[in-house]
Design a binder for this molecule. Structure first.
Ligand code: SF4
Length: 280
């Protein structure tokens, strides 16, 4: 059994929030640079130039990459031989977000209630997905998930007869329907299979994967490649100004499903694809 103190967790979460809120990860920056090289529309290229300039300015000035500093979504993998000491794991994560958003001057966007709509003032609570895994480590991955792109996400319980063609149609329609509202170029995370709720979890999990890291199942990896081509054929383009790069990456996560079902979810991630991860 290995001990991890809650203070370590709070510190790590705070640092990830502050870093992710300002600086895009290398894979995301490289994806935007590649998009800029490959985009065929002059207007689309210009939009990408502005996004790259924005990324550089944010890093240089320590100002947030985007005014919407997002909902903090955390994936916590707790090794079954890892013992969290000194307090509650959930509280430690939320305290890290509280400190990170405060010290990093990141905008607080979370409301106490969807009805009363009063801001909690510190961007807590996070949405936390826990998973117990073998080992004695605690892995934490965080995304600062923008509201505009989240709003354009969708889920469908397709019929088995819709097949993979139905899945492709649904994903492409979702991306096309998102249009400029989701701040493209996008990373639509695709969750395929499971139950209604599991499919949306898989879609969120998909956007946590580094850009360019294909699904380990070769059949799904092929589908990821095809989905990227199809999504880019929508012509939405960077910032919805038209062009050949609407999506940077179309990661898919799958899970077994019921014989009567074909659940599919698309969690749209925007160009402010802010992710960090740490192992304690
Ligand atoms: S959708 Fe993304 S890029 Fe657009 S405002 Fe929200 S966080 Fe920023």
């Amino acid at each position: 059994m290995r001990d991890v103190h809650v203070d370590q967790i709070t510190k790590a979460v705070s640092e990830m929030c502050q870093s992710a809120g300002v600086t895009l990860s290398d894979d995301m920056l490289e994806a935007l640079q590649k998009a800029h090289r490959e985009e065929e529309s002059p207007l689309g290229r210009h939009a990408l130039e502005i996004l790259l300039e924005n990324a550089e300015m944010a890093t240089g000035s320590a100002l947030p990459y985007c005014q919407d500093c997002g909902f903090s979504v955390v994936f916590a993998k707790l090794g079954q031989d890892c013992h969290v000491i000194g307090g509650s794991l959930t509280e430690a994560i939320n305290e890290g977000i509280r400190q990170g958003y405060g010290e990093g001057l990141l905008r607080a966007s979370i409301l106490k209630s969807p009805i009363d709509r009063e801001n909690t003032g510190d961007n807590t609570p996070a949405v936390i997905h826990y998973e117990v895994v073998p080992g004695d480590r605690l892995e934490l991955a965080i995304t600062l998930k923008g509201g505009g792109s989240e709003n354009m996400s969708r889920q469908a319980m397709l019929k088995p007869a819709d097949g993979v063609e139905g899945v492709k149609r649904f994903v492409v329609d979702t991306v096309a329907n998102a249009g400029p509202n989701a701040c493209p170029p996008l990373v639509p995370g695709i969750g395929l299979g499971g139950t209604f709720d599991k499919s949306t979890y898989l879609a969120k999990k998909a956007i946590m994967r580094p850009i360019g890291q294909f699904n380990s199942d070769p059949q799904i990896a092929e589908l990821e490649k095809e989905m990227l081509v199809l999504c880019n054929e929508t012509g939405v383009g960077p910032q919805g100004l038209g062009g050949t790069v609407t999506c940077l990456w179309t990661p898919i996560e799958v899970y077994p499903c019921h014989v009567t079902a074909l659940p599919v979810a698309v969690n749209i991630q925007c160009h402010a694809n802010r992710r960090r991860e740490v192992t304690l």
